[in-house]
Design a protein around this ligand. Structure first.
Ligand code: PFF
Length: 462
């Protein structure tokens, strides 16, 4: 039951599902496979897993603990536990979240559009040209984007209890089951083994600074960390809950979905490319170009049904993430600026939709937005879209940077004894070694490793 006017999650399961709903989304099913492809396969996977468990897990615990302790939004929480001079950590997070939602909503619109296409049995997206034409057709994508943002705003305007918790309970397990089903199917196809090898047998010579950097950004993005989303969600968590356990469940769920999505997609890629895994970097189009071909192979009727259900569930997974992305600035405006919730919700949603228009148009509709800047990949020049640019700044740079500051703040401003006391709430005993590791991580390991990687890359890149 809600015990205060902010509202609370009804149960531990409710919170874990909502937070896992925030974590599981396009990041796992759309972004993770193509980052693995760009990063050269299994070596990326190994680094990503290490980052999730060793670095991100302690940051997640810090975020939830800060949120629950203060019962405040991302900015208010830092002010309350530190001083008003610390508000900028939260503001940086809100900025990152606003920019992330601006492009995330566009890709969510693609997923929703694919649901409509699959439902009509249209599998014709397997070539880069066909997929390119689909996302360049901005009239459609514009409409899908508006619909998606409006549904997100509608759910957020009803508050966390009504919307997020209920939807997550049913839809997340369905998506999980579907991925497992498709994965098993993928193993039965020709050349599946080539795909599995590519995904699971690491070639450590493929590791470059670039790969480490994108694995780190991906880990933060996928776990919804570094921008205060879990501070905000943590502020709705009851004092009876065990934060460490909840964070472990969220991390394991999120990593499992990404891992299984990879295990599903690479055998499919190998099947469609007749076992040639030399050039897998399909970029943002990887799942959108691969999966329709697979659904087509199931036959017209089954392909239509499975394809439509898959993209519908993917859209829902994206929705539980967009909801959390929008909740961060909204909670800030409601708590700190005393703006009424509906005004904050619809105003912010409208603003972020507008902010996303260059990302929306930068896929063929407007040339200069489509090749907005030049990146160096493997020593070669490659053109990148406006959306790539926003992703690079907001997600790959701001999130790990935010994570660094959150760890430093927790360890040295809030102080480890206060963190530990918060973690002891909700459970009688806390395993000693885990608590020791969390303390070590926030005090030394996270600031050092996260800080170093982020600073080196920022200096190299900008
Ligand atoms: N974790 C989400 C995903 O993987 O799709 C994206 C995301 C949601 C990032 C919420 C950050 C956030 F605060």
């Amino acid at each position: 039951m809600a015990t205060n006017s902010r509202g609370q999650f009804n149960s531990r399961l409710g919170f874990v599902l909502a937070a896992a709903g925030s974590a599981v989304g396009l990041g796992n099913i759309w972004k993770f496979p193509f980052e693995v492809g760009d990063g050269g396969g299994a070596a990326f996977v190994v680094i990503y897993l290490a980052f999730c468990f060793l670095l991100c897990f302690p940051v997640m615990i810090s975020e939830i603990a800060i949120g629950r302790k203060t019962q405040l939004n991302a900015v208010g929480a830092f002010k309350k536990l530190g001083h008003k001079n610390w508000a900028w950590i939260g503001l940086l997070g809100i900025l990152a979240g606003v920019f992330i939602l601006s492009f995330y909503n566009v890709v969510a619109g693609w997923a929703f559009g694919y649901f409509l296409e699959m439902a009509q049995g249209n599998f014709d997206f397997q070539s880069p040209e066909k997929f390119g034409a689909f996302i360049a057709d901005w009239h459609h994508i514009f409409l899908y984007g508006i619909v998606f943002m409006a549904v997100t705003a509608f759910i957020v305007s009803r508050g966390i209890k009504g919307g997020i918790e209920k939807a997550a309970k049913i839809l997340m397990p369905s998506l999980f089951a579907m991925i497992i089903g498709l994965m098993i199917y993928s193993f039965t196809l020709d050349n599946a083994m080539e795909g599995i090898k590519y995904y699971l047998v690491p070639d450590f010579s493929a590791i470059t600074g670039e790969v480490i950097y994108s694995a780190l950004g991906q880990a933060f993005f996928s776990l919804s960390l570094g921008m205060g989303a879990l501070i905000t969600y943590g502020s709705y968590v009851s004092r009876k809950q065990d934060i460490v356990r909840s964070a472990a469940l969220i991390t394991i769920t999120d990593v499992s979905v990404a891992f299984l999505a990879g295990l599903m997609i690479f055998p499919f890629v190998a099947f469609l490319s007749a076992g040639n895994m030399d050039d897998v970097s399909g970029g943002a189009g990887l799942i959108f170009m691969t999966l329709p071909g697979v659904f087509e192979s199931l036959g017209p009727l089954l392909g239509k049904v499975i394809g439509a259900v898959f993209f519908l569930l993917l859209s829902f997974a994206a929705l539980t993430s967009t909801v959390s992305l929008l909740e961060v600035p909204v909670a800030y405006l409601v708590d700190e600026k005393k703006i009424k919730r509906p005004v904050a919700v619809w105003g912010t949603a409208g603003f972020i939709f507008l902010l996303g228009i260059p990302s929306l148009l930068g896929h063929g509709a407007v040339d200069w937005l489509s090749s907005f800047m030049t990146l160096y990949k493997d020593g070669q020049e490659a053109s990148a879209s406006f959306m790539d640019f926003v992703e690079l700044i907001a997600s790959d740079t701001f999130l790990p940077l935010g994570g660094t500051f959150i760890a430093i703040f927790t360890a040295y401003i809030w102080k480890k004894n206060n963190l530990n006391a918060e973690l002891m709430e909700g459970r009688a005993t806390q395993s000693k070694w885990l608590l020791n590791y969390i303390n070590f991580a926030v005090m030394i390991f996270c600031p050092l490793i996260l800080g170093t990687i982020t600073i080196i890359t920022v200096l190299e890149r900008f």
